[in-house]
Ligand binder design. Structure first.
Ligand code: NAP
Length: 269
């Protein structure tokens, strides 16, 4: 299938690592140009050099997205470099564990880590997206639907992202801009591997999570998230908007009574 992405310009936030890196690489593999906005520099600069050597453009833009000036500058820099924005992928975020007991100041900072820059990037990119009749894809989390405990700021942010997806899809339908969200649940990334490695028995910790993932009892790969994101960004997805897509092996919605591998009770009767 030709996704029609050759020469399209995509802004990816947090495009240097984990799910964002998979999205960046998949867009480049489809012939798109990428502006990767990331706080840390090493991986982003390396990606830019790696693709420049192959004659492809993966412009690294250093910026901390909690700063609104950085969001505005990221959009301006992309436009100065490429002249247009066809696709905005809001991906950067962190489950920062800000709970009810941490107080309003910490809560606000969690919203800055996870929610406000999604709005800011869309706001600053809006005129360019109207011209290109482009697409926005947001990355949310299962936590918006399931809760997790101890992470009010992240849950509120991801719920807000789902809400804004519907809101923007309506707002922007007349401009022919599509807006969709992709929801990961348990997705294997280098950071996730590091976290698991910190437990006393990493293999058991990994298995415990895999046991409750219905489809295949395995983590979703970053590539599987990226594939959905890039499809939604593509010219093969022109009549899909305002949707929340769960790429999670059934984790969020299927009944654990019937799907957990560690559950030996026969519940079929
Ligand atoms: P990751 O491996 O930590 O990568 C996140 C990337 O975003 C990093 O490169 C990070 O840069 C960058 N970033 C974060 N905050 C930033 C900021 N304020 N300004 C600029 N760059 C920033 O995370 P991931 O697991 O791939 O997560 C990507 C998205 O998926 C997030 O929105 C997350 O909530 C969501 N998600 C992931 C999972 C999962 O299982 N992995 C599950 C549900 C939802 P630095 O190197 O500077 O930190």
């Amino acid at each position: 299938m030709d996704l029609g992405l050759t020469g399209k310009v995509a802004v990816v936030t947090g495009g240097s690592k984990g799910i964002g890196e998979a999205i960046t690489r998949t867009l480049l593999a489809e012939g798109a140009h990428v502006a990767n906005v990331n706080r840390s520099s090493t991986e982003g600069e390396a990606l830019e050099a790696e693709y420049a050597a192959k004659g492809q453009r993966c412009k690294f833009i250093q910026g901390d997205l909690t700063q609104m000036d950085a969001c505005e500058l990221a959009v301006k820099t992309t436009l100065a470099e490429f002249g247009t924005i066809d696709i905005l992928i809001n991906n950067a975020g962190v489950n920062d564990g800000v709970s009810l007991t941490d107080g309003p100041k910490a809560f606000l900072s969690s919203l800055q880590n996870n929610l406000i820059h999604y709005y800011a990037m869309a706001h600053y990119a809006l005129e360019a997206l109207k011209k290109s009749q482009g697409a926005i894809i947001n990355i949310s989390s299962k936590v918006a639907t399931t809760g997790q405990g101890g992470t009010s700021g992240y849950a509120a942010s991801k719920g807000g992202i789902n809400g804004m997806t519907r809101e923007w899809a309506l707002d922007l339908a007349a401009d022919n801009i599509r807006v969709n969200t992709v929801v990961p649940a348990e997705t294997w990334t280098p950071l996730y591997a590091e976290l698991i490695d910190q437990s006393s028995d990493p293999a058991a910790a990994r298995k415990q999570i895999e046991d409750i993932i219905p489809l295949g009892n395995r983590f979703t790969s970053s590539q599987e998230i990226a594939d959905m994101v890039v499809f939604l960004a593509s010219q093969r997805s022109l009549h899909t908007t305002g949707q929340i897509h769960y790429v999670d092996g059934g984790y969020t919605h299927l009944d654990r009574k019937y799907t957990s591998r560690s559950n030996n009770v026969d519940l079929s009767k």
